[in-house]
Design a binder for this molecule. Structure first.
Ligand code: SF4
Length: 879
């Protein structure tokens, strides 16, 4: 291998056109094929975007990786595009609007601040299931959504016209990851450099943890925090340590009746059991060929649930078949094939690249599974649900006659994960068809919903004749968005809500989502099982989560005969027949374009000015205080109060909830005092443009226990020295006024879950200078740094249980800016109010020099502002 690469581009002629490309495998010989495909893609990116010695170092480091399968070296990555959704984009775009204000106040033309990459925003996260089980449910829900979110959506329309490169896909166009698969992903794109057409792999990032779904069709992409996305949008590369790569070898084929969801849940459990945490995952082996690209995408989607950054499937003919199925131009497909073959990026089922670790999964060993009741990695056989429920405490007191003890309160076919693959929706429709034919009905207490990832689903389900069957058992389409998956499940049916409040029952959610953390689906639900769409339909019909569908009937037919699951379950041939009858490649583009012309959206008037005109009375959009040039670094040598002490598995849902704002909460009081209707406050996620609300929403979770005062009301803490239990923001304000620093202490996997940057922004607004945790989830760690907060890893065995922090204890941290390096030791001393001091070294959870630099200036936003002022400030001064 020539480790000092030349960089003369190669040329490739295809389709009558000549293109430049990075010369791969080029000078790298046999070692190139030993690299996992994901590292070959990072190599291509480095060769194309890096310069001089940096490029040589990156290439050497990538090939050095082959010796041990791991590396401490950093590599720069420059994606070609950014994907966002309405609730992560709103705060990012609010930050940009506020940065434009800061620039204008510094005498610089605000219009100079624009993203330098294409940014696609899907308005998908705010659709709630208010209307359901009725033919006009979708129309009602989208009307409701736009009415509720009018001000925020006007702001998005302002961003689309004021900021170059920002495209907004309006409500009704579908879920971002489905849109990415069906519309945006090119697999190989044509770039223009120095006037020449280049072929380059489509690589991207998204401000959503399920961005890896697109890895199912060979597009390398992963989820990042909104703050990291802002760095990329404004021209800084994202730096990553050359990743460890887990190879998952697939052999055999799924047995009849076993679906991609079952595989994804199995992969999740197996990889979590291996302790995967932030690694790249790549699938290899002959079993890959047995999976359609749609099935691969289901597995790729759940990468965050199995702890991975990506779950990559290289491209093969089945990928190209998917591109054809979704209406991509034949010329682009042929070009992609020619490029990937030439660049050594095409899938070879016989290849065994070098991986850091490997896992073997025999596809034919997998059965029908569910996961729950509280975590996606808790895999169960579908018959194990009753047993899992009987282990829950407290057991329900005893239901009124009409309700089971564990009623299925929500049965939702939801999420990009399981509504993008047409085969899964067809399977659900077939269960509905057979149930309808036998006269089965869904009990009245079950809230049913079908929220496909894109409007094309309605076309292919209708053509296959399944829309009426689904509707007959309550699964009318409720809209095209995240709905129940993100917690927008709407109110529970009243009999359920009443009986649950009385403790008579414990309602359960059965959903085809990817997460079931307590409170995620609905604030009053802490039991949820993830499963395939057809199993959701079966459980809706049963209505009773304690029913063993392997032994007991799903229901009683109109003729009085019991109907069992195996009678309803479709065969592979049934599903294939529906796919053959239903799929039409023309649907995907046409239905997307029709949905883009949503008249309710187009009627929203948008301000036409380079600066956004903030409304001082708004409870939705407020200029955030941290979008300032001089936000200030939080590094230093200080002694802090622990503001909160929490345990393991604190999720971003705990830290910054997305779900409904409880009408009896202090957050609700705050909004009502400012004129909002207590009974129409919408979800927390819809308020992410208002920092004053989000500050009060921080840690607003019923299931979060603050160990400083375990019995305190939600989002409260014990203030020292007053001894008062106060709302967090009020305690934080008192500490700030007194000039006292605060930190947070947590256990393992702090920040698990989504990419929401408000989880970090909320902590910044509370004044938290450092988070000390046993471990951090990857994206949240990055978001903390993006807000200037220092993440510190506690030594093993010195988590919250061992530290036993008490109110009045204080934590001294020596982290001056000039001492912080990637992964450096940071001296910590616990000053006990009662007892001797305790000294140990924590480790900075800081991976790169860029992260050190961000901490030194107080985070991403001041860094962008400083760069922009440096570039344009002189011109402004000269004027
Ligand atoms: S995982 Fe759920 S919330 Fe996230 S994008 Fe997909 S549907 Fe939306």
């Amino acid at each position: 291998m020539d480790a000092t690469p030349r960089f003369a581009p190669a040329t490739l002629s295809t389709g009558g056109q000549s293109y430049c490309m990075v010369d791969l495998p080029g000078p790298f010989g046999a070692d190139y094929a030993r690299l996992p495909v994901v590292l070959r893609l990072l190599l291509e990116n480095a060769l194309r975007n890096m310069r001089g010695a940096e490029r040589g170092n990156a290439v050497r480091a990538l090939f050095d990786w082959l010796a041990t399968g791991t590396s401490e070296a950093e590599i720069a990555f420059q994606p070609g595009r950014v994907l966002m959704h309405d609730t992560t984009s709103t705060p990012a775009l609010v930050d940009i609007a506020a940065m434009r204000d800061a620039l204008a106040e510094a005498g610089v033309d605000p219009a100079v601040l624009n993203p330098c990459l294409p940014v696609d925003v899907s308005v998908d996260h705010s659709l709630a299931v208010e209307a359901y089980a009725r033919p006009d449910a979708a129309r009602q829900n989208i009307g409701h959504e736009i009415r509720r979110n009018r001000e925020r959506y006007r702001f998005l329309r302002w961003a689309a016209q004021a900021l170059q490169g920002v495209r907004i896909n309006p409500p009704g166009t579908g879920i971002m990851h489905t849109i990415n698969l069906e519309q945006l992903a090119t697999v190989v794109r044509v770039d223009t450099r120095d006037g020449q057409p280049w072929l380059v792999p489509d690589m991207m990032i998204g401000t959503d943890s399920h961005t890896p779904m697109v890895n199912g069709i060979g597009v390398l992409g992963w989820g990042v925090g909104g703050l990291e996305a802002q760095t990329v949008m404004f021209g800084m590369p994202t730096l990553l340590r050359i990743p460890d790569v887990i190879g998952v070898e697939l052999t055999g084929a799924l047995r009849p009746g076993v679906l991609a969801t079952d595989l994804a849940l199995t992969v999740t459990q197996r990889l979590r059991a291996m302790g995967v945490s932030g690694e790249f995952v790549e699938f290899f082996g002959p079993g890959v060929c047995s999976l359609s690209a749609g099935e691969r995408a289901v597995v790729a989607n759940m990468a965050p649930e199995y702890g991975a950054t990506t779950g990559y499937f290289p491209v093969d003919d089945r990928t190209l078949a998917y591109l054809r199925q979704t209406g991509r131009p034949a010329q682009a497909i042929a070009r992609a094939r020619a490029y990937l073959r030439r660049a050594g990026l095409w899938f070879d089922p016989a290849a065994r690249p070098r991986y850091t670790r490997t896992l073997h999964i025999a596809l034919d060993s997998i059965g029908m599974h569910v996961a729950g009741p509280r975590r996606p990695q808790d895999l169960l056989g579908y018959r194990d649900i009753p047993g899992a429920l009987r282990q829950q405490a407290p057991q329900p007191a005893g239901a009124p006659a009409a309700l089971p003890r564990y009623p299925v309160a929500i049965a939702a076919i939801t999420s990009c994960t399981n509504t993008t693959d047409p085969g899964l929706l067809m399977a659900a429709g077939l269960v509905a068809r057979k149930a309808r034919a036998r006269g089965l009905q869904v009990p009245g207490w079950v809230k049913t919903s079908l929220g496909p990832g894109s409007p094309a689903a309605a076309s292919y389900l209708r053509r296959a004749g399944l829309v009426d069957d689904l509707a007959a058992v309550g699964f009318d389409i409720v809209g095209y968005g995240c709905t129940t998956c993100i917690g927008n499940s709407g109110p529970l049916p009243e009999p359920i809500a009443r009986a649950a409040r009385a403790g008579d029952i414990r309602p359960v959610a059965m959903l085809s989502g990817n997460r079931n953390f307590p409170g995620r689906i609905h604030p009053d639900l802490d039991l949820g099982f993830l499963m395939s769409p057809p199993l959701v339909v079966a459980y809706a019909l049963a209505g009773d989560a304690e029913r063993d569908l392997g032994a007991d009937p799903v229901g009683i037919a109109a003729d009085g005969q019991p109907v069992y699951l195996q009678e309803l379950w479709p065969t592979r041939d049934d599903v294939q027949a529906c796919l053959d009858a239903g799929l039409d490649a023309a649907d995907f583009r046409r239905d997307f374009q029709l949905a883009q012309r949503n008249p309710l959206w187009e009627q929203l008037d948008a301000p036409a000015s380079p600066r956004f005109p903030w409304d001082p009375a708004s409870t939705i959009l407020r200029r955030p205080p941290f979008a300032a040039v001089d936000a200030g670094s939080l590094l230093g040598h200080y002694t802090a109060h622990p503001l909160l002490v929490v345990g393991d598995d604190i999720t971003t849902d705990h830290i910054s909830p997305a779900s409904a704002i409880p009408p009896d909460s202090l957050v609700a009081d705050f909004l009502v005092e400012r004129g909002d209707d207590r009974h129409d406050l919408n979800v927390f996620a819809s308020r992410r443009g208002n920092w004053e609300v989000m500050l009060r929403a921080a840690f607003h979770s019923k299931t979060l226990v603050n160990r400083l005062c375990p019995d305190a009301p939600v989002a409260h803490t014990l203030h020292v020295p007053s001894g008062q239990v106060l709302p967090l923001w009020e305690a934080a304000q008192r500490y700030r006024t007194a000039g006292d620093a605060v930190v947070l202490v947590a256990g393992e996997r702090y920040g698990t879950g989504s990419s929401r940057d408000w989880a970090a922004k909320g902590q910044r607004l509370l004044g938290i200078r450092a988070v000390l945790a046993l471990s951090f989830e990857r994206i949240h760690r990055s978001n903390l740094i993006g807000m200037g907060i220092l993440p510190l890893r506690l030594p093993a065995g010195l988590g919250p249980d061992a530290l036993q922090l008490q109110p009045g204890d204080r934590i001294e941290i020596q982290a001056p800016a000039n001492a912080i390096r990637p992964r450096c030791e940071v001296p910590v001393r616990i000053h006990r109010q009662h007892g001797p001091a305790q000294v140990f070294a924590a480790r900075a959870a800081v991976e790169t020099q860029l992260e050190v630099d961000l901490l030194a200036v107080g985070g991403v936003i001041p860094a962008i502002l400083r760069d922009t002022l440096a570039e344009h400030g002189k011109a402004a001064a000269a004027r």
